[in-house]
Each structure stands twice: as structure tokens, then as C-alpha cells.
Design a protein around this ligand. Structure first.
Ligand SMILES: Nc1nc2c([nH]c(=O)n2[C@H]2C[C@H](O)[C@@H](COP(=O)(O)OP(=O)(O)OP(=O)(O)O)O2)c(=O)[nH]1
Ligand SMILES: [Mg+2]
Length: 133
């Protein structure tokens, strides 16, 4: 099976009550349309994961991010490909998270993290994010 190498940004901020929150996006097209994910995408040839992630967030959200620590690398078998996804803690440097490709987005806290329908590969990641948020 072919392996698809992907990077995803867990963009972290703090809400008006001082609680940590993360930014989730809903896919607007394709095979996984309507599923919730962390913004990001496929690593292109010659890119480091960090460079790829900064590029993807510029393309998808018109926003500049700081890419921090690796949270986890998710390995997941979809029916037609193997996903290898590096997930990083990120912070906004500049920009307003404009949805250029996604159909919706939400800021989620620990409690509301289960309220959206995550893509299958993200389920184990969500547990780690919640523990460390
Ligand atoms: N970005 C992202 N992709 C995820 C997550 N979970 C998950 O299973 N995926 C899968 C869906 C896709 O098959 C693949 C990432 O593809 P993508 O569609 O974001 O890639 P891309 O931005 O480069 O878009 P495209 O040019 O291929 O349309 O990884 C996630 O949390 N974030
Ligand atoms: Mg993408």
C-alpha cells in the first residue's frame, strides 16, 4: 500500500476564560468531506515537515504560524493508503485564520473536543492532545 506523508497543525490559543483551546476545521471537499481534522496536508518533495506545515497553513488559512513541538506521528491504515501524519503544536504569528478551503471551523476546549466528528486517524491523537492541553 502506498504511504501518504502528511503534516497537521494543532493550533493552540487561550479563550476569554483563560482556558486552552485548539482550532479544528471541517473538510470542504473530496473523499473525507464533512469530516473534522487539523489543518495541514501532504509534504512535498524536498520540504521539511515544518516547512510543509507553514506552507499548508498559509494556503488553507492565510495565516503564519510558529511550529513547535511534535505531539505524535499517527500511523493509520485507510482502505486505500497508509497515512503517516506528523502533528505539531502550533501558534498563530500573524493572520486571521481565513477559511480558504474548509467549510467550517471551531475552537474547542477539553470538554468540547468530542463534539465534532473527527476523521478516523485523529481519534488517538485527540486523546494525547486532551491530556497535554
Ligand atoms: N490535514 C489533515 N489530513 C488528515 C487528518 N487526518 C487524516 O486522516 N487526514 C488525511 C486526509 C487526507 O487523506 C490526508 C491529508 O490530505 P489533505 O487533503 O489535507 O492534503 P492537502 O492539503 O495537501 O490537499 P490536496 O492538495 O491533496 O487536496 O490525510 C488531519 O487531521 N489533518
Ligand atoms: Mg489539507
Amino acid at each position: 500500500m502506498k504511504t501518504v506523508r502528511v503534516v497537521a497543525a494543532v493550533i493552540k490559543a487561550v479563550n476569554e476564560n483563560g482556558e486552552p483551546i485548539i482550532f479544528a476545521t471541517q473538510r470542504g471537499y473530496g473523499e473525507f468531506k464533512d469530516g473534522w481534522e487539523f489543518p495541514g496536508g501532504k509534504i512535498e518533495e524536498g520540504e521539511t515537515p515544518q516547512d510543509a506545515l507553514k506552507r499548508e497553513i498559509r494556503e488553507e488559512l492565510d495565516t503564519e504560524i510558529f511550529v513547535g513541538e511534535l505531539i505524535d506521528t499517527i500511523e493509520y491504515d485507510y482502505p486505500t493508503f497508509h497515512l503517516s501524519m506528523d502533528c505539531f503544536w502550533c501558534e498563530i504569528v500573524k493572520g486571521d485564520l481565513v477559511l480558504k478551503e474548509h467549510e467550517a471551523a471551531r475552537w474547542l476546549n477539553k470538554k468540547s473536543m468530542d463534539d465534532v466528528d473527527w476523521l478516523p486517524a485523529d481519534i488517538t491523537l485527540i486523546e494525547k492532545v486532551r491530556e497535554r492541553l
